[in-house]
Ligand binder design. Structure first.
Ligand code: C2E
Ligand code: SIN
Ligand code: SIN
Ligand code: FE
Ligand code: FE
Length: 380
């Protein structure tokens, strides 16, 4: 063992002179520099590790502070594996910040045999090195298992894996931050959407479904993926303006009076005003959707009564998605409609309430929308 965080200086004679190794390193750095998916990044780093130290396999573990676990992916398309951040040799290395090299894991009392039990693998030699972020906080560990040829990991392997580990820390740190920001954004958006809906006793699943339908319909309409994603993340906020609607209206079990409905209509303008001054693409999109989701193709909608292509494509898409979902759901003021009745309504409103092209696309792919609906039901 040696203290990694104490920065034991690497001895230059330990560095391999082999062109082969250098070209491997450059090859992987090239691949990783364009990688945007964190799971794939972990697999690339693991591949690099196995090549550098000639291990049977390498695993890159990443810490998840909230759950006090470390996670990794076992292979392409394979689900995440999580273990406690204090368990096993990996855990010991994470807690202590030191490099650990063992000859036979089964003879080491720290070893957690669970992972082997699950995978049917026999771990023998193991090299485990923690890595840190810019602030020096340990964010994960690089683990090499079973030196090829049944021998032991050498001092040179330690040096090489330390290098890979340092590189992993630097590149994953940026990833985690980026990921964190994106996840936070998405969470805030969903939560905001739910605030609008929850007071009218609609579940969070309503906003999730509307998001999915909108995204799907956008792709069917030929909108590029990046724009469709923007719609998906913004559409949950279409009814955010309902926060300003009094309960007496929102929760009224029966039909609204004309006056009450006039008040209700304001939720579009309120939503628009919440987001309209933002510079952020996502919130600008949310502003458009909040403002336009009750406009109608024939110009009879609200708040402005704009028509046809004057209505942004995102507004037209969300209108279909929102009504499809509202009709299929129980509301305080109505029961859910059966699917046939919803379909005939959409057909009847083709070119009146809704963009005819979108209705054609929607009805031609009806089963896919129903599948989405059934995967996010309101009742257990
Ligand atoms: P919501 O419940 O989310 O409904 C969204 C849209 O789905 C409605 O927009 C309407 O286009 C369609 N929709 C929902 N239920 C029905 C229905 O039974 N028949 C038909 N033809 N369409 C339906 P709309 O009408 O502009 O309403 C906006 C929001 O105003 C509704 O959102 C709901 O929160 C509220 N609201 C509308 N009508 C009533 C009502 O009679 N009573 C109460 N308490 N609230 C209502
Ligand atoms: C351990 O670190 O003790 C077990 C984890 C593993 O084998 O991957
Ligand atoms: C489109 O109509 O293809 C895209 C519209 C938009 O992204 O605003
Ligand atoms: Fe609405
Ligand atoms: Fe809605």
């Amino acid at each position: 063992m040696k203290n990694l965080l104490g920065q034991t200086p690497l001895d230059s004679k330990d560095f391999p002179q082999s062109d082969q190794l250098l070209s491997t390193i450059f090859e992987y750095m090239g691949k990783m520099s364009t990688e945007t998916d964190i799971s794939k990044m972990l697999l690339l780093l693991a591949d690099l590790g196995t090549k550098l130290v000639q291990a049977d396999r390498c695993t890159v573990w990443l810490r998840e502070t909230a759950t006090q676990t470390v996670w990794t992916v076992a292979g392409h398309g394979v689900e995440r594996i999580s273990i406690s951040e204090t368990s096993g040799i990996v855990g010991e290395s994470l807690q202590s910040g030191i490099l650990i090299s063992v000859e036979d894991a089964y003879l080491d009392e720290r070893f957690n045999i669970e992972v082997d039990r699950e995978t049917g693998y026999r771990t023998r030699s193991m090299l485990c090195i923690p890595f840190t972020n810019q602030e020096g906080k340990i964010i994960g560990a690089f683990q090499a298992i079973n030196k090829i040829g049944d021998s032991q990991f050498t001092r040179k392997d330690e040096t090489l894996l330390t290098f890979a580990s340092t590189y992993a820390g630097k590149s994953l740190d940026a990833f985690i931050l980026q990921n964190e920001l994106l996840e936070t954004q998405k969470e805030i958006i969903e939560t905001m959407g739910e605030i609008g809906e929850s007071r009218s006793q609609e579940t969070g699943n309503h906003v999730r479904r509307v998001a999915k339908y909108s995204y799907k319909l956008a792709l069917l309409a030929g909108i590029p993926e990046s724009r469709a994603l923007l719609l998906r993340y913004a559409s949950p906020m279409h009814d955010i303006g309902k926060v300003a609607t009094p309960d007496s209206i929102l929760l009224k079990p029966g039909k609204l009076t004309t006056e009450e409905f006039e008040h209700m209509k304001l939720h579009t303008v309120v939503g628009y005003n919440i987001f309209r001054n933002s510079e952020r693409e996502l919130l600008k999109t949310a502003a458009i959707i909040a403002y336009q989701h009750h406009e109608r193709w024939d110009g009879q909608g609200y708040p402005r009564g704009i028509k046809e292509e004057q209505i942004h494509i995102f507004g037209r898409i969300t209108a279909v998605a929102d009504v499809f979902d509202a009709l299929g759901s129980d509301r305080v003021y109505k029961n859910a409609w059966p699917l046939e009745k919803i379909v005939s309504y959409l057909e009847e409103q083709r070119g009146k309430q809704f963009d005819p092209t979108l209705i054609d696309l929607f009805l031609n792919h009806l089963d896919e929308f129903v599948t989405i609906r059934d995967s996010y039901t309101d009742r257990a």
